[in-house]
Design a protein around this ligand. Structure first.
Ligand SMILES: Cc1cc2nc3c(=O)[nH]c(=O)nc-3n(C[C@H](O)[C@H](O)[C@H](O)COP(=O)(O)OP(=O)(O)OC[C@H]3O[C@@H](n4cnc5c(N)ncnc54)[C@H](O)[C@@H]3O)c2cc1C
Length: 475
């Protein structure tokens, strides 16, 4: 769907129409009348309705997992819906393999402890490191099962209904058909802000509505015969530095030299290799520009184009022989990596100025230490500079709880990259350590709201913070 055919104002109206139609319409397909040749008026129908949950979390990426775990551990009956066949979002379905800004109290430390106990993490640094995506999948499943989170995979959230301003019911689609779910509190952790948009919240994307936005990237796992021989092309190889021997930028430049020697160019100006373990590496090679995450046709083309690019580059490198001999793709990501999605309007908007001043808030749920990381929005910009910082020297700054609470709709929290912020601030807080911290906070607030029959904006952080603290299993 593109914006010109479905502008935002109409989108909100159609959501509101959904509210009115919720009790009034009956399910008779014969009542549907076609009003225009390019529109099909789908008939209303009765759906099975589940009212059992206290908290419903939509999307099981780093933010959604953290939200569901903290809500469930706080004693709330918690449901978690995920469209892909695994938990973890960009960590797993997106084959990210690298984590930033993770040195925070709470679930972050618990995940590190488990990864380490399974030898599934490279580096001693608690803030940024390589992890094994398959190990991440299984450990997240174990944590959710243990906490009693009711997970439903292969399930997409497709509609939201309000009673007045309050989000009341969502509808999902899966092989089980359409199902309706009602709860006192919902958390949008879809990354792309699907739930907030469906519920009728205002939102922004990229630098402006036309989506000059951060590009998408298809990550891939590959096997090599001798990782040591590839050492100088591998980012953060035995060091946490960005420059110098083994540093990220030095490795990127050396790798670009190899791509040139192979007669290919990567569409991402900073092509990157991470060492996952033994002969397994991750390749981050491509950029797909101007794709809106809700445009299914465009995202399909971008997915196929980027997968073809990964294979083209792999084959060209393999022909070089030497350290590249035997290189083969082991897996391409189930989901192309989406950097920019909707940013749902909250009761506070995190802005560039907050990064510059190192803002502090009484209701801080996370302290961000990662800088601004804006990938080029076009091929031309990528050729000039693949990554820019918007002239912003970020100091560690806080994300307030209010940025996680929807402004236009009650009973709705956001966590992860779809919280309320401007383009530049989002380019900093979006990394996964912050997504986890936000998720944990949203889950705790949601649990209290549901259990005390209040709305999330009626819960002060002073009330929620001690609960979250008591749930933490490590420092
Ligand atoms: C290519 C790339 C490289 C990056 N590099 C790094 C890095 O090195 N380190 C780092 O820490 N961060 C990195 N990031 C940023 C980071 O990965 C994301 O911003 C982070 O994933 C945010 O977590 P999230 O939980 O908000 O979103 P996501 O990980 O996107 O999770 C959202 C989840 O919701 C699900 N979902 C979406 N819509 C629906 C729906 N309607 N119904 C049901 N489920 C739905 C998705 O399938 C997904 O599982 C990178 C991102 C990309 C794309």
């Amino acid at each position: 769907m593109d914006d010109s055919r479905f502008p935002r104002r109409r989108f909100i109206r159609s959501s509101l129409a959904g509210v009115a139609g919720f009790t009034a319409l009956s399910a008779t397909s014969s009542s549907a009348e076609e009003t225009s040749p390019d529109q099909f008026p789908e008939a209303a129908r009765q759906l099975p309705l589940d009212t059992d949950a206290d908290v419903i979390v939509c999307g099981a990426g780093p933010a959604g997992i953290a939200a569901a775990l903290s809500a469930a551990r706080a004693g709330a009956k918690t449901r978690l819906f995920e469209v892909h066949g695994c938990l973890g979002g960009v960590w797993t379905a997106g084959l990210l393999t690298y984590i930033f800004d993770f040195d925070k109290p709470g679930l972050t430390r618990e995940i590190i402890r488990i990864l380490d106990s399974r030898d599934a993490r490279r580096s001693e640094n608690p803030s940024r490191f390589v992890y094994e995506p398959e190990e991440m999948k299984i450990l997240l499943e174990e944590l959710c099962l243990e906490a009693g989170v009711q997970v439903q995979l292969f399930t997409r959230v497709t509609a939201a209904y309000r009673e007045g301003k309050r989000l009341n019911t969502i509808v999902t689609e899966s092989k089980a058909g359409r199902q309706a779910w009602r709860a006192p509190v919902f958390i949008d952790a879809t990354g792309d802000g699907d739930l907030g948009a469906l519920a009728g919240c205002e939102w922004e994307i990229g630098q402006s509505a036309d989506c000059p936005c951060q590009p998408m990237t298809m990550n891939a796992l590959a096997v090599v015969r001798d990782t040591e021989a590839l050492g100088k092309y591998i980012s953060f190889n035995g060091t946490d530095a960005f420059t110098g021997e083994g540093g990220h930028i030095t490795a990127v430049e050396a790798f670009k030299g190899e791509l040139k020697r192979a007669g290919v160019e990567a569409s991402y100006g900073h092509p990157t290799i991470f060492h996952v373990r033994d002969g397994l590496v991750m390749l981050m090679l491509n950029h797909e520009y101007g794709i809106k995450p809700w445009d299914a046709a465009a995202i399909t083309e971008a997915t196929m184009r980027s997968r073809a690019e990964v294979f083209r580059i792999m084959r060209a490198l393999r022909k070089l022989g030497g350290p590249w001999e035997g290189l083969q793709i082991a897996a391409t990501a189930e989901q192309i990596g989406v950097r920019d999605g909707r940013r749902i309007r909250g009761r506070y908007q995190v802005v560039r100025e907050d990064l510059i001043t190192g803002a502090r808030f009484d209701d801080a749920v996370a302290r961000v230490t990662f800088g601004v990381d804006i990938h080029a929005h076009s091929k031309e910009a990528n050729q000039k500079e693949a990554i820019t910082r918007a002239d912003t020297k970020a100091r560690p700054y806080d994300i307030p709880l209010r940025a996680l609470i929807a402004k236009d709709v009650d009973g709705l929290l956001m966590a992860g990259r779809c919280i309320s912020g401007d383009f530049v601030a989002h380019a900093s807080y979006r990394v996964t350590g912050n997504a986890v911290a936000m998720g944990e906070a949203a889950g705790a607030v949601a649990a209290i709201a549901a259990q005390t029959k209040r709305l999330p904006h009626e819960i002060g952080w002073k009330e929620a913070a001690p609960l979250l603290e008591s749930l933490r299993r490590t420092g």
